[in-house]
Design a protein around this ligand. Structure first.
Ligand code: NAP
Ligand code: ZN
Length: 367
């Protein structure tokens, strides 16, 4: 056996995680920029808890609240300008994956006056500001990953910044913050976390060390599907399991990266504004169908979710996702061509051809 495993994030999980561990923020710096989306952090209690903790620590803070879903390079540059103008020496991201990713990118750009190519290279002249992450969705696992996924209009796609230097210093996870998520956001983010766990296990870069977390994550998420299929919001216990499972899945992709599912998903989000988790969910059955003839690992994935076949998995996804969007032939060709240029293709085992990707997309959007 041979592998590398790196998880430098201090994870603090549980109800009132922020209030109970307020003094932890002191280690970050003296003046924080709090990075959030428009309003959810004001409503779910997370922002108030963090502000109170900073005040207890005697830290100063400013807020940037303009993070858009799927943040663009322009958006995170704007957040970094704010960090510089207020003299921030640390960043606290509160929200779903979008504010957490924006916080990481702002931490890089506040410390480095660099062009887009250097940003995406993952090599920065100066160390990014330290980041703390407070997730309020149970999906991306961004609180424990070294990635910031940005909308990059120059290439008409989403693109990942990856560097060990943007692992958050700490992540504080309180499941109560996720209680305000509606049914669609709950389903989409749960599917995103499931895709992380599944893809990490199926990736070329998979290692034995990620398997226990990936399987526990898939098992827990699949356990919530019976209720979600009937559009019942999760119980507090299930909310806790979903947040735990999404964090576990994040620790897995932090080691392995993602695969063709995410590349296909980015196209659906960029061109059709389909939510990130939903976009992955739409192509997952097709992806598993492609792989099942080629690797015994698909059986293991189905079995941990107590499912017998990829058709059964597809039926679960269909009932969770509802009516599907339609794609034109031109879109399918464009998406296939772009997906084939992504580095995730080389991380998919076995590697799909352009025809395979086109077949997966066609199958996923069949009428
Ligand atoms: P999101 O884009 O962060 O948020 C989507 C919506 O949910 C926003 O309108 C947000 O409102 C709202 N929201 C957030 N928390 C809420 C809560 N507790 N209650 C009610 N509404 C809430 O969604 P996401 O799915 O978590 O993140 C998706 C992004 O993460 C994508 O850009 C994706 O590429 C990225 N991602 C990153 C990684 C990584 O490793 N870095 C992994 C997977 C995905 P506000 O705008 O008002 O806050
Ligand atoms: Zn994802």
């Amino acid at each position: 056996m041979e592998f590398t495993y790196s998880m430098p994030v201090k994870v603090i999980f549980g109800e009132k995680a922020v209030a109970k561990n307020a003094s932890e923020f002191k280690a970050l710096g003296h003046r924080a920029l709090i990075v959030t989306g428009k309003s959810s952090a004001d409503k779910n209690g997370s922002l108030a808890d963090v502000v109170k903790a900073l005040e207890l620590c005697g830290m100063e803070y400013s807020r940037y609240r303009d993070v858009e879903p799927n943040p663009s390079v322009e958006n995170v540059r704007d957040a970094a300008d704010k960090a510089r103008s207020c003299g921030a020496d640390c960043i606290i991201g509160i929200g779903g994956g979008s504010p957490l990713d924006a916080a990481k990118a702002a931490a890089i750009l506040a410390a480095n006056d660099i062009d887009d190519d250097t940003l995406f290279s993952g090599n920065f002249p100066a160390r990014p500001l330290p980041v703390a992450a407070v997730p309020t969705t149970a999906g991306t696992g961004s609180e424990v990953t070294p990635y910031s996924i940005l909308t990059y209009r120059k290439i008409n796609n989403k693109k990942s910044v990856g560097s060990p230097s943007i692992f958050p210093v700490m992540a504080l996870l309180d499941p109560v913050y996720t209680h305000t998520l509606g049914i669609d956001a709950t389903i989409n983010t749960a599917i995103d976390a499931l895709s992380h766990a599944m893809e990490s296990f199926l990736a070329v870069r998979a290692t034995p060390a990620i398997k226990p977390a990936a399987f526990e994550s898939m098992r827990l998420i699949a356990g919530t599907f019976a209720g979600l299929r009937e559009h019942k919001l999760p119980t507090p216990e299930e909310r806790e399991e979903l947040l735990y499972a999404s964090m576990l899945a994040g620790t897995c992709i932090a080691q392995t990266g993602t695969t063709a599912v995410h590349s296909m998903g980015y196209m659906l989000t960029y061109y059709r504004d389909i939510d990130h988790g939903r976009a992955n969910g739409l192509v997952m059955q097709g992806f598993l169908r492609f792989l099942e003839k080629r690797t015994p690992k698909v059986r293991e994935v189905l079995s941990v979710m107590s499912l017998g076949s990829t058709d059964e998995f597809g039926a679960v996804m269909d009932s969770l996702l509802g009516p599907k969007e339609t794609l034109s032939d031109d879109e399918i060709r464009l998406f296939t061509g772009t997906v084939m240029t992504s580095k995730n293709i080389a991380n998919t085992a076995p590697q799909p051809s352009a025809q395979d990707i086109e077949d997966i997309i066609r199958f996923s959007f069949r009428k």
